[in-house]
Write a protein that binds this ligand. Structure first.
Ligand code: SF4
Length: 191
């Protein structure tokens, strides 16, 4: 099931890390949307640092890093750089990682105006009650949302919002084991 030609010969198990930066987690949900093929997946990849495993720190190098979302704050940048340092191959998955996606809609508006609109002038605020949240432990917002490849070198981009599970795994299997697939038109997904 995992090979284009039906070959089920053993393949070296690969270590994969994933992260959601400024994204909605939809790309991660799509990654898991492979029905019964998840059983094959367990034999072929092991998830290391990832929201899927709740492993917080890299304790070993990974073959592949999968990044969802762009960078909207200082913590996103630190995390992305950590992924670049610890993963042999880094893949930006989905429009948010590739060019900023929906969060980048704020890029045409000065950050101060965005914060005022969201926290002070919001219609759900009581008169005079709104304030912009601040705590020294909160990550600092960046002046705009950055695509991942503006911060670190990205090896591959997988377009879509979110990319379909079949599209994602065809590309990942090609990257990790050199299996060749055609990505069909209907597998390019923009919900
Ligand atoms: Fe969510 Fe789409 Fe961005 Fe993926 S690309 S994180 S599905 S908004």
């Amino acid at each position: 099931r995992w090979s284009a030609n039906g070959d089920r010969s053993p393949r070296e198990k690969k270590m994969v890390a994933t992260v959601s930066l400024a994204g909605c987690f939809g790309c991660h949900m799509s990654l898991l949307d492979i029905d019964e093929e998840i059983l094959d997946l367990v034999d072929l990849v092991e998830f290391h640092k990832s929201p899927l495993t709740d492993i917080k720190r890299f304790t070993q190098r990974c073959d592949l890093g999968i990044v969802e979302g762009g960078c909207c704050n200082t913590e996103n940048i630190e995390t992305l750089r950590e992924f670049r340092e610890n993963c042999d191959i880094l893949v930006a998955v989905g429009e948010c990682a590739i060019w900023g996606g929906l969060p980048a809609m704020r890029n045409t508006i000065p950050l101060g105006e965005c914060l005022e609109e969201a926290f002070i002038n919001a219609q759900t605020n009581d008169e005079g009650e709104g304030r912009v949240p601040y705590h020294e432990d909160l990550p600092k917002l960046l002046n705009r949302v950055y695509a991942c490849n503006e911060i670190v070198k990205i090896d591959y981009l997988i377009p879509g919002c979110p990319p379909s599970a079949s599209h994602l795994w065809k590309v990942i299997r090609n990257i990790l084991w050199g299996e060749e697939f055609s990505v069909l038109y209907h597998e390019f997904k923009y919900d």
